[in-house]
Structure formats: structure tokens, C-alpha cells
Design a protein around this ligand. Structure first.
Ligand code: FAD
Ligand code: SF4
Length: 331
């Protein structure tokens, strides 16, 4: 195991200053991803700063307008069990409960969850195979290698990895925002702009910089929240990452869709919003399966499957359809 020093953060401002000044320092929350990366030598921080001691960052608050604020240190299991989360945004509770295991969810924080790194085996493996995310400039072994679990949207020749977080898919569908505190103060980042596409710099997963500390995640109120559902397809029924997943949230007039929000997991470097389909679904009847299918298909014209994952194009459309129908049944 890579040796490191461990210290506890006393207050957010000092933690942020320390992180900004020291490129070999990493925040640690539950440690369920970071310690694994250190064991695999995919992350080698010399200093860990335990942020669990920071005050007021584990709170889950139901906002008076119907929204929700989730502290970055709130544990996945606490968020999934929270009555207001379950009632207002079932898609969030479901995405969390389909993730990892009970023990991991008790330990893992929401901030750590949305920061977790890809499960691409070439990135996680200790072998010295080329991986631009692990060693920039070395190449991408998955591009022409084993890429069944990789992206069908938005990838580049430099990286075809997918984002592994389930709850990020739900949060992207709900237009959540991430509150981040950095050296220059606090800012709010829309969830849809939080993650990056790989481009030429796949080593950067998101838009955060040195010093940035995720403080909370805010979910806006919306008629679609209650009628929402998360569907995850995986190779085994528990303790497994998504092959493909979908988060759907709808508002309806009778059986007609007034507005729909849809995001896919397991298909891109970030949760993939189906914006064209969301437009095409307006006024469609939930009972008209053919209309729903052709509306969903509008978001797949730019799908670019790799050698081993063409099946995801059809699978993702079916998963999105089923998630949409299940969300609609709650309306
Ligand atoms: C066997 C296994 C199976 C899993 N299955 C799933 C699954 O099916 N679905 C799923 O979604 N996840 C899954 N996970 C991932 C799990 O959800 C994450 O490991 C966990 O959420 C990370 O949270 P943490 O608090 O432990 O983060 P840590 O490991 O402590 O940190 C992870 C990263 O986030 C950074 N970080 C943490 N908090 C902050 C903050 N507030 N601000 C800025 N940076 C921060 C750290 O510096 C680090 O880089 C699985 C993990 C394991 C080990
Ligand atoms: S897909 Fe990305 S993470 Fe996987 S080997 Fe290629 S560069 Fe590395």
C-alpha cells in the first residue's frame, strides 16, 4: 500500500487553502473509492485530509418550496432512507439503493459518490497497459480492446470510459446543482455541466479545480419529481455497476406527457441527458408505445457504439422506455 499521512480538517476555509496549495493532498470522506484507487495505484496522494469533521455538511433538508438540499457528507444510506427524498424524489432513493452494498452505502458520502472515478478495468488495473486517464499521453487500451462496458455517446479517441455513479444519473435528470466552495468563494454548478466529456484531456472527470470542496447538492422542486423512477440493468442483480441505466421523471395532464426528463447511465463519460427525446415526448400519450419509442429514438441518432457494445443502443432505448412508463404510472 502506498504510504500517506492522514490529518483531519478543522474548518472548511483551512481545508480549501490546504488543498489548493498542495497537489499531493486529497480530501477523503467515506474512503470507499479513494482507498481502492490507492490500492490499485491509480491515485497516489501523499496526504489525505479527512473532511468528515467539517460541520453542517451531512444535513438533508427538505426546502419549503418543495426542493431538497443534500449535504456532501450525507451518507448514501441516510439519503435513500430519508422520508422527504423518498416522497419528493423517488428516483434519487432508487438510484442510491441500487448502488454498491448496504455496508458501502453506510460509509459512502454523496460528495464522494459524484466524484468517484470510472470502473474501466484498464484504468483500475495495476498492469502497465496504456490508459490516458491514468497516465496522460499513454493511449487508450479500451478503444480497440475490451469495450463492452464503455461509452456509446460523446467519447473521443483518447478515452471511451463511462461514469459509474447511479445517483448522478438521477440528479442530472432532475436538473440538480452542485454547491462548491473554493478559494474565490462559493459557486453553483448545474449538474449537467459538472462532468466533462473526455476530449483530449480524459484525466479530468469534471470541472472542479484545486481547492474546490463540494458542500451540497440541491434538487429543485418540480412537478416531475414525484413521478420519477430509476431503472438499472446490470450483469448480476446486486453489488454491480450499471451496464445501462435510466432515470425518468414526468409531469402529465391525464395520460399526456406535459414534460419529461430523461438521463442515461453507463453510456457516456457523464450522465447522458436525452434532450431531443424530451422535446419529442411533449404531448405524447403514455399509452402510445410506438409514439414513445419513436420519440426516444430521436436521441440515438448520434450514438456511436464500439466493437463490443452495439447492444447498448437498443438496450438503452428499452431501459429508457420502461423507466418512463414506470415514472408515468406514479403520476
Ligand atoms: C465494490 C463497490 C461497488 C460499488 N457499486 C456502486 C454502484 O453500483 N453504483 C454507484 O453509484 N457507486 C458504486 N460504488 C461506488 C461508491 O458509491 C463510491 O465509492 C462512494 O460513493 C464514494 O464515496 P466516499 O465518501 O467513500 O468517497 P471517497 O472515497 O472518500 O472519495 C472519493 C473522491 O471524492 C473526493 N471527495 C469526497 N468528498 C468530496 C467533497 N465534499 N468535495 C470534493 N471532493 C470530494 C475525494 O477526494 C476522492 O477523490 C461502489 C463501490 C465499491 C467499492
Ligand atoms: S477508456 Fe479511458 S479510462 Fe479506459 S483505458 Fe481508455 S483512457 Fe483509460
Amino acid at each position: 500500500m502506498h504510504p500517506f499521512l492522514l490529518a483531519s480538517a478543522n474548518d472548511a476555509a483551512t481545508a480549501i487553502a490546504a488543498h489548493a496549495a498542495d497537489p499531493d493532498l486529497a480530501y477523503i470522506a467515506g474512503g470507499t473509492d479513494l482507498i481502492g484507487l490507492m490500492k490499485d495505484r491509480a491515485a497516489l496522494p501523499k496526504r489525505l485530509l479527512d473532511i468528515n469533521t467539517l460541520p453542517d455538511m451531512a444535513r438533508i433538508e427538505a426546502l419549503p418550496d418543495g426542493g431538497l438540499r443534500i449535504g456532501a457528507l450525507a451518507r448514501m444510506s441516510d439519503v435513500a432512507a430519508h422520508p422527504d427524498v423518498r416522497r419528493r424524489f423517488p428516483v434519487i432513493a432508487e438510484a442510491l439503493l441500487f448502488a454498491a452494498s448496504g455496508q458501502l452505502r453506510n460509509m459512502a458520502s454523496m460528495g464522494g459518490n459524484i466524484m468517484q472515478r470510472t470502473r474501466c478495468a484498464y484504468f483500475r488495473d495495476e498492469d502497465d497497459l496504456p490508459c490516458n486517464k491514468r497516465r496522460p499521453g499513454s493511449g487508450c487500451s479500451a478503444l480497440h480492446g475490451l469495450n463492452r462496458n464503455h461509452a456509446i455517446f460523446g467519447w473521443s479517441e483518447a478515452c471511451v470510459a463511462t461514469n459509474p455513479s447511479d445517483v448522478a444519473v438521477a440528479l442530472a435528470a432532475l436538473d440538480a446543482t452542485v454547491a462548491v466552495r473554493g478559494l474565490a468563494g462559493e459557486r453553483t454548478i448545474p449538474f449537467t455541466g459538472f462532468y466533462r466529456l473526455p476530449g483530449e484531456t480524459p484525466e479530468r472527470d469534471n470541472v472542479l479545480g484545486r481547492g474546490d470542496l463540494i458542500v451540497s447538492i440541491e434538487v429543485p422542486a418540480g412537478a416531475e419529481g414525484r413521478a420519477s423512477h430509476y431503472l438499472k440493468i446490470r450483469d448480476r442483480q446486486s453489488y454491480e455497476f450499471a451496464v445501462v441505466s435510466a432515470a425518468a421523471a414526468v409531469a402529465v395532464d391525464g395520460r399526456r406527457i406535459r414534460s419529461a426528463r430523461l438521463a442515461l447511465g453507463g453510456v457516456a463519460h457523464k450522465p447522458w441527458r436525452l434532450t431531443a427525446a424530451e422535446v419529442a415526448l411533449r404531448s405524447a400519450s403514455l399509452g402510445d408505445i410506438e409514439a414513445l419509442k419513436s420519440a426516444l429514438a430521436t436521441s440515438f441518432t448520434d450514438a456511436r457504439p464500439l466493437a463490443h457494445n452495439a447492444f447498448k443502443v437498443e438496450l438503452a432505448q428499452r431501459v429508457a422506455l420502461r423507466a418512463l412508463q414506470a415514472a408515468g404510472a406514479r403520476a
